[in-house]
Design a protein around this ligand. Sequence first.
Ligand code: FES
Length: 99
Amino acid sequence: VSPRRRRRAALTADLAIEVDGRPVPATSGQSLLGVLVGAGVWTQRRHPVTGRPEAGLCGMGTCQACEVAVGGAGTVRACSTEVTDGMSVRTAAGAGAPS
Ligand code: FES
């Protein structure tokens, strides 16, 4: 994601979430996957068998490669989850990602 897109996303942000311990701006109505990619988090989980890093592929809830851990909600598919204010997210890019 280009610095220009990051700046534009920050200008429209009306929510704040935390991803792997760092604050990330978000906009109401965005999917969690969109927020993660916009923040440069390209690895959402590790493959449960091979352990290789995976990122969302389908964007419609079928591949499961975008699974992340959300505080209070457990493991969710980021592409099918709307971001909410104060959300706490763990990914494979950080630690404690689902597999
Ligand atoms: S991107 Fe495939 S399930 Fe989310």
